[in-house]
Write a protein that binds this ligand. Structure first.
Ligand code: PMP
Length: 355
């Protein structure tokens, strides 16, 4: 017996690279290419550092209230955390305590199986269809809970509210978590279903559509009962998850809806243009409703393109995993960044053809 026998051993999640190089084009972690709403600067400029002396508000009320107002729900229906990773992790700890396996798609956010492992939650992968769609009937089986992103990651595929509701209504005895990290890029949120289903938890983030990945803000909206249970767990682990400055910046950015609509519209327009350009270059992809495109080339190998792009200082994301090893996940950047991507791809593919 050694102390090492008592260690909680896990294979951690691997986040996308954050290269410390200048002049790179970073299309690998689905960050927003535009800065946060300008009003956030005012918070930084007027921030009184003596506030740092004190603990932040453990209820994160200013941010919770601002979110409740923005989404038309009660403050008691909102939970906030350090990015949606923190929120989802808390939700796993709070809601997935049964002996039956939780269910999620085989191709999905690669953190779900890591949380399941770290919390010792049994899980079953439900294969997506050949065209990467969720088949609701597959979720009509005994389970200890359900989670999936909509739009899904890394595919970008959006499911309809009808599909989501079919899954929730077939599972009244499970918590169903819909991870809406990318919903603001053209999808329809499941928020309207909240009145009907006490067991639905919707998770969103400020990291993508609100350009604040570096501030780490995520939130969940659900019935008051679900949120109370999550807060009980949160206050049993760490009362002060959100720092004071983050709370103020997060609440401020919600005030500027025009900026939010403008930047998300720009990203959607660039994405639609990218669909045309990538198709011209010989890529195929499921139709994306997110801020990334999951693309496969008709002939060229994905790992080769990934490596060659890196040499051109363009970073995209690649997983050598079953079903997806010929795909690249390309975040939608600014039009200028995308032009550099198309130029690099054109050169890489031309070289490949002559090789
Ligand atoms: N869910 C999905 C589907 C994601 O792709 C991400 C981003 N990696 C997250 C949640 C977590 O994002 P964050 O913690 O930055 O809110």
């Amino acid at each position: 017996m050694s102390w090492e026998d008592n260690v909680r051993k896990v294979v951690p999640y691997t986040p996308g690279e954050q290269p410390k190089l200048d002049d790179i084009i970073k299309l690998n972690t689905n960050e927003n290419p535009y800065p946060p709403a300008p009003a956030v600067q005012e918070i930084l400029d007027s921030f009184d550092i003596s506030l740092m002396r004190k603990y932040p508000d453990p209820n994160a009320q200013i941010l919770v209230d601002a979110l409740a107002k923005t989404y038309g729900v009660k403050s008691s229906q909102v939970f906030v955390g350090v990015g949606s990773d923190d929120v989802i992790s808390m939700a796993f700890m709070t809601f997935f305590n049964g002996s039956k396996p939780i269910l999620f798609p085989d191709v999905t956010y690669s953190f779900y199986d890591v949380w399941a492992d770290v919390y010792r939650i049994p899980y079953r992968l439900i294969p997506l269809t050949d065209d990467f769609r969720i088949e609701p009937k597959d979720y009509a089986q005994e389970n200890g809970g359900i989670i999936f992103p909509n739009p899904n990651a890394p595919t970008g595929v959006l499911e309809s509210l009808g599909t989501i509701e079919e899954i929730i209504s077939a599972n009244p005895d499970s918590i169903v978590i819909v991870d809406e990290a990318y919903i603001d890029f053209g999808g329809m949120s499941a928020l309207p279903l909240l009145d009907k289903y006490e067991n639905l938890l919707i998770v969103q983030t400020f990291s993508k559509s609100r350009s604040m990945a570096g501030m780490r803000i995520g939130f969940a909206i659900g019935s008051g009962k679900l949120i109370r249970y999550m807060n009980d767990v949160k206050f049993s682990v760490n009362s002060y998850t959100m720092n004071q400055l983050t709370l103020l910046c997060g609440a401020k950015t919600l005030e500027d809806d025009a900026y939010f609509c403008n930047t998300t519209s720009k990203i959607i327009a660039t994405r639609e243009d990218a669909k045309t350009k990538l198709a011209e270059l010989g890529f195929t992809f499921p139709d994306s409703y997110s801020n990334f495109i999951f693309a496969k080339h008709q002939t060229a190998d994905a790992a080769m393109i990934f490596d060659q792009l890196k040499k051109c200082r363009i970073f995209v994301r690649y997983w050598n995993k079953p079903r997806i090893s010929q795909y690249l996940r390309i975040t939608v950047g600014t039009p200028q960044e995308m032009d550099r991507l198309y130029t690099a791809l054109t050169e890489i593919l031309a070289e490949e053809e002559t090789a």
